[in-house]
Design a protein around this ligand. Structure first.
Ligand code: NAD
Length: 244
C-alpha cells in the first residue's frame, strides 16, 4: 500500500526538474498523478509512464485552471492534492527591474499559485479534505539578493499561511516549502560557475546543492495523511542555508 494510495494529485510544472521528481514519486506511492505544464513536448514524454497523465496548463490562465480541474474531477473522481510547483526564476538586480519584469515574475510565480488555490479550494472544501503544498524558496526567508524572484516567492509564503488559516475549518491543509539551490534545469547556469558553487557551498552547512528527489520526499510527507495535523507550516529544504 503506497503512502498516497488512491489519491488524485495535480503537480504544476510537473514535466521538469523538481516537479518531474514529485510526479514520479507520487505515482510510485500509489497516486493517480496529473502533470500539468505549459511545455507540451515535455508533457508528452512524461505521459509515457503508466498512471501519469500530462495535461497542458498555463498557470496564469483562469480558463486553463477551470478546464483542467473539471477534466480531472470528471475523469478521476476527486482532487486530493495540489502541488503549486510551476515557476520561473530571474537573476535581475534591483537596478535592472522594470514593470514588465516585475509583472512577468509575479504573474507566473505569484498569481499562478494564487489562482491554482482559488480554483482548487472549492473542490477540496466540498470534499472536506485536501492538501496543498506551495513551492516558495529560501530567498523568501533570508536575504539572497533583492529581485523580482524574491518578491514573487515572498508572496507565495504569505498566501500559503493565509489560505491555511482560511481553509482549515474545511479540512484542507496548506503548507509551503522553501528549497535552497537544487540541481535542476533552472539552476544549470549557476552550476557551471565554480565560483558561484563555492560561494553557495560555503554558506550551506551541508556544503552541497540539493537534489530534486530531496525536495520531492519532503513534499510527499506534507501531501500525505502522515501530515494530517500540519497546516500553515514552513519547511526549508536547503541544507541548513536559512539556519545561518
Ligand atoms: N531549482 C532550485 O534551486 C529552486 C529553489 C527554490 C525554489 N524552486 C522552485 O521550485 C519550482 C520548480 O523549479 P525547478 O528548479 O524544477 O524548475 P524547472 O525550470 O526545471 O521546472 C519548472 C517547470 O515549470 C513549468 N512552467 C513554467 N512556466 C509555466 C506556466 N506559466 N504554466 C505552467 N507551467 C509552467 C516549466 O515548463 C517547467 O516544466 C519553481 O517554483 C522554483 O521557483 C527551485
Amino acid at each position: 500500500m503506497g503512502r498516497l494510495q488512491d489519491k488524485v494529485a495535480i503537480v504544476t510544472g510537473g514535466a521538469s526538474g523538481i516537479g518531474e521528481r514529485i510526479v514520479k514519486l507520487f505515482r510510485s506511492e500509489g497516486a493517480t498523478v496529473v502533470a500539468a505544464d505549459i511545455n507540451q513536448a515535455a508533457l508528452d514524454k512524461i505521459s509515457e509512464n503508466d498512471g501519469i497523465h500530462g495535461k497542458k496548463l498555463d498557470v496564469t490562465s483562469e480558463e486553463d485552471w477551470t478546464a483542467l480541474l473539471k477534466d480531472v474531477k470528471d475523469e478521476f473522481g476527486s482532487i486530493d492534492i495540489l502541488i503549486n510547483n510551476a515557476g520561473i526564476s530571474s537573476e535581475k538586480t534591483i537596478g535592472e527591474i522594470d514593470y514588465p519584469e516585475w509583472e512577468k515574475m509575479l504573474k507566473i510565480n505569484g498569481f499562478g499559485t494564487l489562482i491554482g488555490m482559488k480554483h482548487t479550494l472549492p473542490y477540496m472544501a466540498e470534499a472536506k479534505s485536501g492538501s496543498i503544498v506551495n513551492l516558495s524558496s529560501v530567498t523568501a526567508m533570508v536575504g539572497m539578493g533583492l529581485n523580482t524572484y524574491t518578491s514573487s516567492k515572498g508572496s507565495v509564503r504569505a498566501m500559503s499561511k493565509a489560505a491555511a488559516t482560511e481553509y482549515g475549518r474545511f479540512g484542507v491543509r496548506v503548507n509551503a516549502v522553501f528549497p535552497g539551490v537544487i540541481q535542476t534545469p533552472m539552476t544549470e547556469a549557476l552550476e557551471s560557475s565554480s565560483a558561484a558553487l563555492e560561494r553557495i557551498n560555503a554558506m550551506t552547512p551541508l556544503q552541497r546543492l540539493g537534489k530534486p528527489e530531496e525536495v520531492a520526499n519532503a513534499i510527499l510527507f506534507l501531501a500525505s495523511d502522515e501530515a494530517a495535523y500540519i497546516t500553515g507550516a514552513e519547511l526549508p529544504i536547503d541544507g541548513g542555508y536559512s539556519a545561518l
